[in-house]
Design a protein around this ligand. Sequence first.
Ligand code: ATP
Ligand code: MG
Length: 288
Amino acid sequence: MELIKATGVSYVYDGGQPALKDIDLSISSGEMVAVLGPNGAGKSTLFQLFNGLLEATSGLVTVKGLPVRKENFREIRTIIGMVFQDPDDQLFNSTVRQEVSYGLKNMRVQGQAMEAAVAWALDVVGLRGYGEKSPHRLSGGEKKRVALASILAMRPEVLVLDEPTASLDPMGASRLITLFKSINRDLGMTLIFATHDVDIVPLLAERVYLLNGGKIVSSGGVAEVFADKQAIRQISLRLPRVAHLAELLARDGVIAADDLPLTIGQARRLLQKLSPFPCRPQGQNGAA
Ligand SMILES: Nc1ncnc2c1ncn2[C@@H]1O[C@H](COP(=O)(O)OP(=O)(O)OP(=O)(O)O)[C@@H](O)[C@H]1O
Ligand SMILES: [Mg+2]
């Protein structure tokens, strides 16, 4: 089922240059999609059109067939859960518990069900025990997780994440990637995220829209989009580090140039095939 569709969408900020130009995009239920682009590409602008925070200057955005217009905002905002790039734009309650329960209250969730949803959401983002703290006194990464918990608690059909791993430490980012995958797999939540972090895209996305200067310059499966190295490099991005290493090894004739691995897992499988030595099965990483 088509969840979010943009057709010929442009957006111009007051008195500014067009931030989005003639965008066509379609996201189906259950997908994990990345919108990848450098600073200023238009990623945050695009996301704000999905739930009506901004209104397209021209073209049409629909969510489950509903045009993103005032009369549909209520329904659309129960379908889409948006986590902003800057958590300070999202957090306004005086405790973390109030913050995470705020949306649930609006949905008239009460009592035990409310307690359970808040506890679950804080738990999955790794903030158990933070309920009575002030969100405004937390670190940037902790704030980001509170913002995420407040959206997750409502179990939206689509999770729209603007730079979900920016400002998180490596372990925090890695935990979130695992969490998002399991949310997609186990709860069937559709996932759309904006990033300029090329290394997380192959870990989390199945499909990519490459955005630059307000235009979609490429789209398709992750391997397909990264295969066009020139397009990636032309817009101030790079290949994932593993792919860059593989590219150099291919240049040295160590491996074949086709099918560059994009993740450590893919590189490992490729090297295992080449290696004359038997390798440990995956998951056994003990030092030897
Ligand atoms: N409120 C605003 N008023 C005027 N111009 C804006 C506003 N917000 C963004 N822009 C401009 O619109 C363009 C797209 O910005 P946007 O924030 O959507 O990019 P982005 O891809 O999210 O970038 P980043 O990776 O830095 O978050 C930029 O040129 C930016 O300067
Ligand atoms: Mg942005």
